[in-house]
Ligand binder design. Structure first.
Ligand SMILES: Nc1ncnc2c1ncn2[C@@H]1O[C@H](COP(=O)(O)OP(=O)(O)OP(=O)(O)O)[C@@H](O)[C@H]1O
Ligand SMILES: [Mg+2]
Length: 360
């Protein structure tokens, strides 16, 4: 079971230095606006995945007037993971004292799920957010997926460059298209297999979180090109059209999960709070499936859990998440907003954050 036993953060945003001994179940991080709660989750995410969930620019996480940040964690598997990032140099990531060239091994050791205000992008954003969501699951289940997905993206990028040339180099196009079709088939098969397992788990979780009167939600996987059509035929038939668009219009880089309430898009029907319940159900379902397939638990980073949720929804989401027996790092402004919906026997630690430090 993956969880963090210790998290040490230095020079991240307004945090000078924080050392947390974490509970294996629930950790409530509370404090007023601007105290540094999200920054703690951000640091944990940066260590686990290599990027923040708030910004694409890691250097903005480095505290003003400091030249670099460090994040260090110990896990329940006795792994020690350390990250240093300075303003000037590339990051240094170490797993058990061994320098890592990329995040693949650390990300597999620390499967983190984030729930924050940006998670709404799963419903209201473009397909990329939903593809990334789906691929998180596939990445952890199928180790060859990342290689095939990288190859797909490379083929699409090279085909797009050729399409933008003044003259079509058909023989070069054929080479990239053949390679694209080969990796696309593997990417699609892995995604489809994962989705088929995911969908019933999601349905069960969602139904347990909403009452009987709620519209049922349907998920549909779209592979990125029409059913019944061969990608190879489409790519060669659509070269002129793709050339006009300046980009390849068919392929797994266009895959999506359609989220429907009846025959309408869920985003057009659900209230903000209902959307949050739906997003929570998607993330919880992914955690459940992760445990079933990989036999490991996720770590949930939940930023501002109470926002948008009424007491009943807050309590039921917290209860379902707690019962997952995963490690939860949950932030809130007001401690009572979480404590009021918790069973008194819940195993937990609370951390009060004030101006970037933990205070009693
Ligand atoms: N690079 C930086 N250096 C120093 N301080 C920073 C940096 N980036 C952001 N901050 C400050 O860090 C503080 C903590 O931000 P954070 O988002 O973690 O607060 P929070 O406790 O989550 O607040 P909220 O309840 O409003 O979400 C903010 O006051 C912010 O202005
Ligand atoms: Mg915050």
């Amino acid at each position: 079971m993956s969880f963090l036993t210790r998290l040490e953060i230095t020079s991240v945003r307004n945090i000078e230095e924080i050392k947390l001994d974490l509970n294996s179940r629930l950790n409530i991080i509370y404090g007023i606006n601007g105290s540094g709660k999200t920054s703690i989750l951000e640091a944990a995410h940066l260590l686990a995945v290599g990027r923040s969930f708030r910004t694409a620019r890691t250097s903005t996480l480095i505290s003003e007037a400091k030249t670099g940040l460090t994040v260090f964690a110990e896990t329940s598997h006795q792994s020690r993971i350390g990250l240093t990032k300075t303003n000037r140099e590339k990051h240094k990531l170490k797993l058990d004292s061994e320098l890592q060239g990329n995040w693949d091994s650390v990300a597999r050791k620390l499967p983190v799920q984030v729930l924050d205000s940006k998670s709404f992008l799963l419903l209201e954003g473009g397909p990329k957010a939903r593809r990334m969501f789906l691929d998180w699951g596939v990445f952890h289940v199928k180790h060859s997926f990342l290689r095939d997905w990288r190859s797909t993206k490379k083929c699409v990028a090279n085909r797009n460059i050729l399409l933008k040339g003044s003259q079509l180099d058909v023989s070069q196009l054929e080479v990239w298209e053949a390679e694209l079709c080969s990796s696309a088939a593997k990417v699609h098969a892995a995604r489809q297999e994962y989705f088929q397992k995911f969908e019933p788990v999601f349905r069960r979780v969602y139904t347990s979180l909403v009452d009987d009167t709620a519209d049922p939600i349907f998920l549909e996987y779209w592979r990125g090109w029409p059913e019944g059509e061969s990608l190879s035929t489409l790519l060669s038939a659509e070269r002129e059209r793709d050339r006009r668009y300046g980009a390849t219009q068919n392929g797994p880089h266009r895959a999506d999960i359609l989220v429907k309430a009846g025959d309408r898009n869920a985003i057009d029907v659900l209230s903000r709070g209902q959307q949050k319940v739906l997003v929570c159900a998607l993330k919880i379902a992914q955690g459940i499936l992760h445990e079933t397939v990989v036999d490991d638990k996720c770590i949930y980073l939940v930023d501002d859990l109470p926002s948008e949720l009424d007491l009943k929804n807050r309590a039921s989401i917290l209860e379902v998440m707690y019962k997952l027996r995963c490690q939860l790092l949950v932030t809130c402004v007001d401690l009572s907003s979480i404590q009021n919906c918790l069973n008194h026997a819940a195993e937990k630690r609370t951390f009060h954050v004030e101006r970037g430090t933990i205070t009693p």
